[in-house]
Design a protein around this ligand. Structure first.
Ligand code: HEC
Length: 156
């Protein structure tokens, strides 16, 4: 138990060095709550980013591959509903990067969430139809919604 803790602690600077510049490095704060709501919702967001980013690269660098794009979109959709129920009352504690506004402006947060879900559905539909211009539009609409929600509800 103790030695496990220590080795995890020692391993941190290494993991941190690798992660630096990508996610920043907040320190070895662990989510020790039952069910780990903060960690679990963060993992869900990270998983979204892992699918979402390569899609953007394809669109920005003109390397669009419909099949690959559709695969990433399907992965992204799998995470669509995961984070939200994990923002329960009393889940604003380290290592959360959420702003207190998530809990003080619940209606605005819910509006952002709904707009995001709708935009993702639109993206999935465009991918399904195979309409590249519609895909591009829908992708950047989703992108804007990631940004706008983070601006109001997530610490930088
Ligand atoms: C409706 C609001 C909302 C939307 C939409 C949203 N996010 Fe977030 N995101 C948050 C909040 C709040 C957090 C902070 C969670 C925490 O740490 O408790 C967060 C955290 C993150 C993190 C950080 C995870 C970590 O621990 O480092 C990533 C990455 C992320 N979001 C990516 C995305 C991407 C990509 C999209 C769009 C595809 C997106 N988010 C859409 C609210 C949102």
């Amino acid at each position: 138990m103790t030695s496990g803790k220590r080795s995890r602690f020692l391993a941190w600077p290494l993991a941190c060095g690798i992660a630096l510049g990508l996610t920043g490095c907040g320190g070895p704060v662990e989510d020790t709550r039952p069910g780990q709501p903060v960690k679990t919702r963060q993992e869900a967001f990270k998983a979204m980013l892992r699918s979402f980013e390569p899609m953007g690269v394809m669109l920005r660098t003109d390397t669009y591959d419909a099949e690959k794009f559709a695969r990433h979109a399907a992965e992204l959709m799998q995470w669509r509903d995961t984070p939200w129920p994990l923002f329960g009352p009393d889940t604003h504690y380290p290592p959360s990067k959420a702003k207190a506004t998530v809990w003080s402006q619940t209606e605005a947060f819910e509006r952002e969430r709904q707009a995001f879900v709708a935009a993702l559905d639109e993206l999935a539909a465009a991918v399904q139809r195979g309409e590249r211009e519609a895909v591009r539009k829908a992708y950047f609409r989703v992108y804007d919604l990631c940004e706008s929600c983070h601006k109001d509800f997530k610490e930088r």
